[in-house]
Design a binder for this molecule. Sequence first.
Ligand SMILES: O=C(O)CCC(=O)C(=O)O
Length: 198
Amino acid sequence: MISLIDTDGDCVLHEEFLARACADDFFERIRERAVWRRPKLRMFGRTLRAPRLAAWHGDAGARYAYSGALHLPRPWFGALRELRARIEAHTGARFNSVLLNYYRDGDDALGWHSDDEPELAPGAPIASLSLGAPRRFLLRHKRRKDLACAVELRHGALLVMRGETQTHWRHALPRTKRPVGARINLTFRRIESGARAG
Ligand SMILES: O=C(O)CCC(=O)C(=O)O
């Protein structure tokens, strides 16, 4: 099923982008092979550890500054290349990098933000693939308090965020008290110019 998320038509969710067995296989291969780190976050003058693991893979020049630090890409590996090819064929877009987040359980989360760093190619879509336990994903408009929505991202679902989504909306993956298993999210991105440190 394909649903339009209520963000001016710029966000589309493909709930069964990957069949279950195929999603299971990618989950295991990526969990094993990605180079996971627990990023440091700089907030209110303090350095904290992010409540999740993350990995950054991509073409050699795709340097990306997020969570207050510069990240150099680890190389693509088989499962990431296969997924990139499928997602490029589906979206018609080209991606040179992927940010992976690994939520070990319901205590792991990602706070409100937009993917609007200057090194991201302007107007390029971001394709977000979910593997593992379903989690609620929230979107809220930056200025209009009346505009907000929530969607459950399940195993094998692809959320494509195009157009002005990152300009006008923030998104988050909140903690949950429900007992949930591990989840991996991959956001395929296009970096235009390598970020600089500092
Ligand atoms: O885990 C998710 O679904 C959200 C990931 C996300 O917002 C990001 O990587 O910027």
